[in-house]
Design a protein around this ligand. Structure first.
Ligand code: MN9
Length: 309
C-alpha cells in the first residue's frame, strides 16, 4: 500500500541510478545499499527507472525487479515514485500495476515517443495508465520526449489521477504559471538540476534530478534554505553545484557521477548500461582537477565527495 499522498511528495528527490554490475545486470545488493545511502543522506523521496535510471535501456521485467527491491528497502521511510513510461500503453499499464502492488506511492511517465503520436493519442495514453491504478500520476514533461505545451498539460491535469508534473526545462515561467493555475495541491517538480534554486523560487514543490544521486546533501541544504526564503544563500551553493554539473555534462554524465561516488568510497552505485560508456582515466583526472580547483577557490563546496577529501 502507498504510504504517502501526493502533497507529501516534495523536497529533494534523486532520479535514482539503476545499479548494474560489471556485466550490466541489475545488482540487487548494490541497489539495496544505494537506496539506504540516499535515504541516510536526507533525501525526501526516490524517483526510479526514469531516464537517469536508464529505464529505456531495460526490459519491463528488469524495471519491475528494481521497483520491487527499492520499495522493499525503502519500507515506507520516504515516498517512491516509479517511472513507468514506455512507447506502448499496455507495457506501461503492466508496470504501473506492478508498482502499485509493490507499495509505490506514485507513478510517472514521459509521453509515448518515437512514433509521432498526436495529442489525442498522448491524452489517451495518460488517461489509460492513470485509470489502471489508484496511484497518483506525475506527468513528465521533458524535451527529450517532445515538450508538451502549457495548455496541453492543463488538459492532462484534468484526468482524475493526474496529480503532478515533473518539468525539465531551463526556463521556469510556464512551470510557475501552471502551478498558479492548477492550485497548491497539484504538485510541480523542477527537473533541471543546474537551475534547482530558480525552480524552487518559481514555486516548485520539489526537485527531481540526476545529480541528487551524487551530491544529495548539497541540494538538501539548498532546499532547506529555499524553504526558509533564503534564496540568496541557496543560490551561493547552487552556483558551485551548477559549475560542477556543467563540467560533468561534457561527458556521459551518469557514469562520471557513479565514478565520483565509487572512487571516494562513499557508496558503489554500480555501472551504466551501454551505449553509455565508462569515463576514461583522463576524464576522471580532469574531474578531480576541477573539483580540487573548486575547493581551492571556495574553501567549502558543500559537496561531500569534494569537501571530505
Ligand atoms: O530531469 C534530468 N534530465 C534529464 C532530470 O535526464 C533529461 C536532469 O537531472 C538532468 O540530467 C540535469 C543535467 O542537465 O539537470
Amino acid at each position: 500500500m502507498a504510504k504517502f499522498n501526493i502533497t507529501q511528495i516534495k523536497g529533494v528527490i534523486p532520479a535514482m541510478f539503476t545499479c548494474f554490475d560489471e556485466n550490466e545486470e541489475v545488482d540487487v545488493q548494490r541497489t539495496i545499499d544505494f537506496t539506504n545511502y540516499l535515504i541516510n543522506k536526507g533525501v525526501d523521496g526516490l524517483y526510479i527507472t526514469g531516464s537517469t535510471g536508464e529505464g529505456f535501456l531495460m526490459t519491463n521485467e528488469e524495471r519491475n525487479l528494481v521497483t520491487e527491491i527499492v520499495c522493499k528497502t525503502v519500507a515506507g521511510r520516504v515516498p517512491v515514485i516509479v517511472h513507468v513510461g514506455d512507447i506502448g500503453t499496455k507495457k506501461s499499464i503492466n508496470m504501473a500495476k506492478y508498482a502499485e502492488k509493490c507499495g509505490a506511492d506514485a507513478i510517472s511517465s514521459v509521453p509515448p515517443f518515437y512514433f509521432r503520436f498526436n495529442q489525442e493519442d498522448i491524452y489517451n495514453y495518460y488517461n489509460d495508465i492513470s485509470e489502471s491504478t489508484d496511484l497518483p500520476m506525475i506527468v513528465y514533461n521533458v524535451c527529450l520526449a517532445g515538450l508538451m505545451s502549457k495548455d496541453f498539460v492543463k488538459q492532462l491535469a484534468s484526468i482524475k489521477n493526474v496529480k503532478g508534473l515533473k518539468f525539465t526545462a531551463r526556463e521556469h515561467d510556464e512551470m510557475c504559471l501552471l502551478k498558479e493555475a492548477l492550485g497548491k495541491d497539484f504538485m510541480i517538480y523542477s527537473g533541471c538540476d543546474e537551475m534547482a534554486t530558480q525552480g524552487l523560487l518559481a514555486t516548485a514543490d520539489g526537485i527531481i534530478g540526476s545529480f541528487y544521486n551524487v551530491i544529495p546533501e548539497t541540494f538538501v541544504e539548498i532546499y532547506n534554505y529555499a524553504r526558509q526564503g533564503e534564496y540568496v544563500k541557496a543560490f551561493e551553493i547552487q552556483k558551485m553545484a551548477t559549475k560542477f554539473i556543467h563540467f560533468v555534462l561534457q561527458w556521459d554524465c551518469f557514469p562520471v557521477m557513479r565514478e565520483c561516488l565509487r572512487t571516494r568510497g562513499l557508496v558503489d552505485p554500480g555501472y551504466s548500461r551501454r551505449p553509455f560508456k565508462a569515463p576514461s582515466k583522463e576524464t576522471m583526472d580532469q574531474v578531480w582537477a576541477f573539483c580540487a580547483e573548486l575547493k581551492k577557490d571556495n574553501g567549502i563546496t558543500h559537496m561531500d565527495f569534494i569537501d571530505k577529501f
